[in-house]
Write a protein that binds this ligand. Structure first.
Ligand SMILES: Cc1cc2nc3c(=O)[nH]c(=O)nc-3n(C[C@H](O)[C@H](O)[C@H](O)COP(=O)(O)O)c2cc1C
Length: 207
């Protein structure tokens, strides 16, 4: 049984490109692979809480010393981490918002990047605790385009950030498919969407 954690982060519904593309990938994956279990989380419509003072106190206090208040404060995070670690594959739909990721996705990341659960601090430095054989697919949607080697490359604070962040917790097998140029006119938009759909079709058979 392969467990996929499928997360959408766009607040848009039918009009969301990232949502449509992650759905296309997961549907095709299920159609072509047996024994697939999908856990779906819709952060665009059901965001998780931001971390707060009691969350931080709980995260950095040994579990044995947790008061009932601290146990409660870290409960949602524990559930999210358990769900995250139970997955073998990750499919994330992530729009570019102001050069980076939607704040709903950042709130989720703050909940699941936890010392002692998804990373450790050792005498040799930081160590990711998530099994590095697990695969991540991130499908982004962007109004513009930020090709490597152009002056616009530095505006992409989405892929570099997510690669470093996921690597920090151990996940290094990360594939990006960018549906970009979405607000640059019909032709660039259609070309990019077709390329993204091709990439999805190829990955379904080779992931
Ligand atoms: C608040 C906001 C900020 C955005 N910032 C950027 C940006 O910095 N760069 C970009 O290329 N597109 C930007 N866009 C355009 C979106 O990335 C684009 O519309 C994308 O299709 C949204 O994803 P969705 O279709 O899955 O909802 C922004 C859109 C919104 C609503």
């Amino acid at each position: 049984m392969a467990n996929i954690l499928h997360i959408d982060t766009s607040p848009r519904g039918e009009r969301s490109i990232s949502r449509a593309l992650t759905s296309e990938f997961v549907t095709s994956w299920k159609d072509t692979h047996s024994g697939v279990n999908v856990t779906y989380r819709d952060l665009g419509r059901n965001p998780v809480p931001h971390v707060d003072e009691s969350w931080i106190a709980a995260a950095f206090t040994p579990v044995e010393a947790h008061t009932p208040e601290l146990t409660e404060a870290i409960k949602v995070s524990n559930e999210l981490v358990d769900e995250f670690l139970a997955a073998d594959y990750y499919v994330f739909g992530v729009p570019m918002y102001n050069l980076s990721i939607p704040s709903t996705f950042k709130a989720y990341i703050d909940q699941i990047v936890r010392v002692g659960r998804t990373f450790a601090i050792t005498e040799n430095g930081y160590q990711g605790l998530v099994d590095s054989s697990k695969k991540v697919l991130i499908i982004t949607s962007r109004g513009g385009t930020f090709p490597p080697g152009t002056p616009y490359e530095v505006y992409d604070q989405q892929e570099p950030y997510l690669r470093i962040l996921l690597g920090f917790i151990g996940l290094t097998d990360v594939t990006f498919i960018h549906a970009d140029s979405l607000n640059l006119g019909d032709e660039p938009r259609q070309k990019s969407l077709a390329a993204a759909k091709d990439a999805i079709a190829q990955l379904v058979n080779n992931w």
